[in-house]
Design a protein around this ligand. Structure first.
Ligand SMILES: NC(=O)N[C@@H](CC(=O)O)C(=O)O
Ligand SMILES: [Zn+2]
Ligand SMILES: [Zn+2]
Length: 344
């Protein structure tokens, strides 16, 4: 197969940032996806419905003219969040999902949740109105090895939460381990997961490949090969529990190439090219449409997109830098390319 046409896909986890960064990156996501779940970890974080609505307007204003793209907005959960905020987010149509960042787990998570008990009223309201919970699933305890933080989070936080509130829809975001794949697979239909391109392509050797590689650093951190293989198998399995979420997380080059470099990989410009390569390598091109354009919408209870998108097998050189950001696969040649609709 040298060409594949799929239902227009969606990105179920992306960081579009704000200000100049938003203007630089939003068009890349809008060029590949019809919709995306937009992360709320701005400074300050989006903890009120009005903040989320205002950010949505800034995103719409930053899109290239003629872009056909719908941002699906998220609310940043904090300790003590009133359930009224959830109900307001739902009834106004502003908020699609709410995001759980364990405090200090990742970029701009200092205002995150310190204990699940402190957000139970909000989570119960979410279950009642049918609003999914997006989870950055890592514990932050300093005595837990960074490579074990996701697996330990399952045991200490996620499994107890699922048992306590089984009617809550939960998206275990950017899964990176065999344990996460096993947990999601074994859970009921209200638990699903997103998978990034970097966790399909790379294992943790990439961070130390001939020297320290800040552009391979993201959170959750890349894991060992055993885990990469498990995540790959889940992505191409055809299971409706696993779907596309790029976690494109741009940080300017200087913020990455630093004595304390930021976590995040900017993969938006060639996200579909990156994913389809994996499905091609695994002999699973027939399952790409489900992963990229169907499973996520079904889980979120949203209609499937009507349009189509075509990828063709051809060489594509990824630039070394785009607007001050180093893209995923920088300097590499990919073997697939999105066929852009020819403009009139
Ligand atoms: N994935 C990352 O490494 N970074 C994300 C935050 C996140 O998704 O955890 C960011 O906002 O920079
Ligand atoms: Zn995260
Ligand atoms: Zn993210």
């Amino acid at each position: 197969m040298d060409e594949i046409t799929i239902r227009t896909p969606d990105d179920w986890h992306v960081h579009l940032r704000d200000g100049d960064a938003l203007k630089a990156v939003a068009g890349h996501t809008a060029a590949q996806f019809a919709r995306a779940i937009i992360m709320p970890n701005l400074t300050p974080p989006l903890t009120r419905v009005a903040d989320v609505a205002a950010y949505r307007e800034r995103i719409m204003a930053a899109l290239p003219t003629g872009a056909d793209f719908t941002p699906l907005m998220t609310l940043y959960l904090t300790d003590g969040m009133p359930p009224e905020t959830i109900r307001e987010g739902k009834s106004t149509g502003v908020v699609t999902a709410a995001k759980l960042y364990p405090a200090h787990a990742t970029t701009n998570s200092a205002a995150g949740v310190t204990a699940i008990d402190r957000i139970m009223p909000a989570l119960e309201a979410m279950a009642a109105v049918g609003m999914p919970l997006c989870v950055h699933g890592e514990v932050t305890d300093r005595d837990v090895d960074i490579f074990d933080r996701e697996a330990v989070f399952i045991d200490r936080t996620l499994a107890p939460l699922v048992a306590r509130l089984p009617e809550l829809k939960i998206v275990f975001e950017h899964i990176t381990t065999r344990q996460a794949v096993d947990f999601v697979t074994a859970s009921g239909p209200n638990v699903a997961a997103t998978i990034t391109p970097q966790h399909l392509h790379l294992n943790r050797n990439a961070i130390f490949d001939g020297g320290l590689r800040p552009h391979a650093y993201c959170l959750p951190v890349l894991k060992g090969e055993e885990h990469r293989r498990a995540v790959r198998a889940a992505a191409v399995s055809g299971s409706a529990k696993f779907f596309l979420g790029t976690d494109s997380a741009p940080h300017l080059r200087g913020a990455k190439e630093s004595s304390c470099g930021c976590a995040g990989i900017f993969n938006a410009p060639f996200a579909l090219e990156s994913y389809v390569t994996v499905f091609d390598e695994e002999g699973a091109l027939d399952r790409f449409e489900g992963f990229a354009g169907e499973h996520g919408a079904r889980f979120y209870g949203l209609p499937l997109n009507d349009g189509t998108l075509t990828l063709e097998r051809t060489e594509l050189s990824v630039p070394a830098e785009i607007d001050g950001y180093i893209p995923f696969h920088a300097g590499e040649t990919l073997t697939w390319r999105v066929v852009r609709p020819t403009s009139e």
